[in-house]
Design a protein around this ligand. Structure first.
Ligand code: GDP
Length: 294
C-alpha cells in the first residue's frame, strides 16, 4: 500500500506545538488543546476522552514538558486509529468491490483513482457503471476508466436495471480473467428506500457469481457530522466494510478521521487528497497522526 504523502490538513493542532518547546504544561494548555481538538473536527466526546487520556499520562509520567505532551498526543491518536484493520481485502478472484455513497462526495472520482491505484500494483480491473439513471454519471465514469486505462461495462440503455449491469461486469471479469471488479452505484438520497432495495438486489445478484470482497462507503471529509448523518442509511443497510474519505486536502480538518472511524466502527481503507488520478492512498495511522499533531 502506498505511503500517505504529506497532507495539508491538521494545521490547528500542529500549530499548538510550534515554537512551544520551552513552555510547561499548565491549566491553559488543556483549554487550548480542547479548542484545537474541537476546531479540528474531533467532536466533543472524542475531545474529552483524548484530553482525559493525556492528563492521566502526564500525571503518570510526572512531566511538564510540551514536547512530551506532543509526543503523547501523537502516540495516543495513532494507537486509537490503529485499532481498526485498514487493509483492503482483495484476495478473491475476481474480487468484487461495491462503491456506495451520496452523490457529490467524490464517488466517481474515487473509482477512477482506485482503478489506477490498483493497476499501479499490477492488478487488472474492470469497472461497472451501475448508476444507470444518470447518463452523465455513466459518461463521467467512462472518462475516468479511460484515464485509468481500465475496461468499463456500461448499461445498454439509460435506466437499465443496475443489478444487470453489475451482473454483466462480474461476468466480463470471470470470462476475461480480470482480477478486480469495481461497481459504481447510485447515490440519490431522496429515494432512500428504493436505493437500499437497489443495492440489496445488486448484492444478491453479484453474490451468486462471486463473493463481495468490499463494500466501500465514500464520505466527504469536509462535511463532517453532516456527511456522516447523510451516510447513515448506507451504514445501516449496505453492509459497509470500509470507508473512503475524500477531499482530505484543502479545508478538511483531519480530526473527523478518528471521529468517523470510532463512531461507525468501520475502518478507513482509502483516503482521497485531490482531484488528480494519483491523489488516493491507503490509510496509514502513523503518517496520519504525525500529520495531525506534528
Ligand atoms: P460523485 O457525485 O460522488 O460521483 O462525485 P464526483 O466524483 O463527481 O466528485 C464531486 C467533486 O468532488 C468533483 O469536483 C471532484 O473533482 C471533487 N473531488 C473528488 N474527490 C476529491 C478529493 O479527494 N479532493 C478534492 N479536492 N476534490 C475531490
Amino acid at each position: 500500500m502506498a505511503e500517505a504523502r504529506s497532507w495539508s490538513f491538521g494545521g490547528a493542532l500542529r500549530n499548538l506545538f510550534t515554537g512551544q518547546q520551552k513552555r510547561v504544561i499548565d491549566e491553559d494548555t488543556w483549554d487550548e488543546l480542547e479548542v484545537a481538538l474541537i476546531g479540528a473536527d474531533f467532536g466533543p466526546d472524542i475531545t474529552e476522552s483524548v484530553i482525559a487520556e493525556l492528563k492521566e499520562k502526564v500525571a503518570r509520567y510526572r512531566t511538564e514538558d510540551y514536547a512530551d505532551l506532543q509526543r503523547m498526543l501523537r502516540e495516543g491518536l495513532e494507537e486509537r486509529l490503529s485499532k481498526f484493520d485498514t487493509t483492503l481485502k482483495l484476495t478473491e478472484r475476481p474480487a468484487v468491490v461495491l462503491v456506495v455513497g451520496v452523490n457529490g462526495v467524490g464517488k466517481t472520482t474515487t473509482i477512477g483513482k482506485f482503478a489506477k491505484f490498483l493497476t499501479n500494483y499490477g492488478r487488472s480491473v474492470v469497472v461497472g457503471a451501475a448508476d444507470t439513471f444518470r447518463a452523465a454519471a455513466v459518461e463521467q465514469l467512462g472518462t475516468w476508466a479511460e484515464r485509468a486505462g481500465v475496461q468499463i461495462v456500461k448499461p445498454q440503455q439509460q435506466g437499465q436495471d443496475p443489478a444487470s449491469v453489475a451482473y454483466q461486469t462480474v461476468d466480463f471479469a470471470k470470462r476475461n480473467g480480470v482480477e478486480i471488479v469495481i461497481i459504481d452505484t447510485a447515490g440519490r438520497l431522496h429515494t432512500k428506500g428504493g436505493l437500499m432495495d437497489e443495492l440489496g438486489k445488486i448484492k444478491r445478484v453479484v453474490e451468486k457469481q462471486a463473493p463481495i470482497a468490499e463494500v466501500l462507503l465514500v464520505l466527504d471529509a469536509t462535511t463532517g457530522q453532516n456527511g456522516l448523518m447523510q451516510a447513515q442509511a448506507f451504514l445501516e443497510s449496505a453492509g459497509v466494510t470500509g470507508l473512503v474519505l475524500t477531499k482530505l486536502d484543502g479545508s478538511a480538518k483531519g480530526g473527523f478521521v478518528l471521529a468517523v472511524q470510532e463512531r461507525t466502527g468501520i475502518p478507513i481503507k482509502l483516503v482521497g487528497q485531490g482531484e488528480g488520478i494519483g491523489d488516493l492512498t491507503g490509510f496509514t495511522p502513523h503518517v496520519f497522526a504525525q500529520q495531525l499533531v506534528g
